[in-house]
Design a protein around this ligand. Structure first.
Ligand SMILES: CC(C)(COP(=O)(O)OP(=O)(O)OC[C@H]1O[C@@H](n2cnc3c(N)ncnc32)[C@H](O)[C@@H]1OP(=O)(O)O)[C@@H](O)C(=O)NCCC(=O)NCCS
Length: 169
């Protein structure tokens, strides 16, 4: 099971574990991508944390993206993810999600919580067959910004709660 990369030519990517030498290009992509970017120190801390998996995406030997995630018992949580601006809309983000789905193992849930204002990312997650399952009003400290929780469930039927009883009857 996986998401779709569509009919277009697939860009060949490699995904490998990040190292400290990757921090400069990671931070450059991060700064371009987010209004409140993580710092180099934030990423360096993540690289040292054993519970966070930090992966980078390589195309033709160039680092063009990264994904950081945590393997919880019940689900895998994506904590940061971005693709270099010049490489977007070529199916690369979708390939990274497919990579994570393939690694899910016995736990079948992939979770990503993101800002209510990040509509492009929400549309991206929708295209990868995630569903928004919750709105968290107080997710970000010192901010009124809400967070939307998206979930990809390899076993989901995605029946909205108010339709489940109809389906059973
Ligand atoms: C969100 C992000 C990771 C998507 O990566 P990507 O490599 O461009 O994604 P894909 O090319 O696989 O996109 C797949 C589909 O998602 C949807 N999509 C992706 N970006 C979109 C956008 N900016 N606007 C609308 N739909 C979008 C489209 O349906 C797209 O298919 P199409 O190009 O055939 O129309 C990338 O835009 C990014 O790094 N954004 C900044 C960081 C960020 O917001 N991170 C949170 C990630 S969820």
């Amino acid at each position: 099971m996986g998401t779709k990369t569509g009919d277009r030519d697939t860009v060949r990517i490699d995904i490998r574990t990040a190292c400290s030498g990757d921090l400069e290009p990671i931070v450059a992509i991060e700064k371009y991508s987010f209004a409140e970017p993580w710092s180099k120190k934030d990423f360096a801390t993540c690289l040292r944390r054993l519970n966070i998996r930090s992966k980078v995406v390589i195309v033709d030997e160039q680092l063009i993206g990264y994904v950081l995630y945590i393997n919880h018992v019940t689900h895998v949580e994506i904590v940061n993810f971005a693709i270099h601006w010049e490489f977007r809309r070529q199916g690369i983000g979708t390939q990274v999600i497919d990579y994570l789905i393939a690694k899910l193992g016995t736990c079948n849930l992939l979770q990503f919580i993101l800002s209510e204002y990040n509509l492009p990312a929400q549309l991206f997650l929708k295209s990868c067959e995630f569903r928004c399952i919750a709105v968290h009003e107080s997710h970000y400290p010192d901010s009124d910004e809400a967070a939307y929780e998206f979930l990809y469930d390899t076993e989901a039927l995605w029946l909205p709660a108010n339709r489940i009883s109809e389906e059973i009857e």
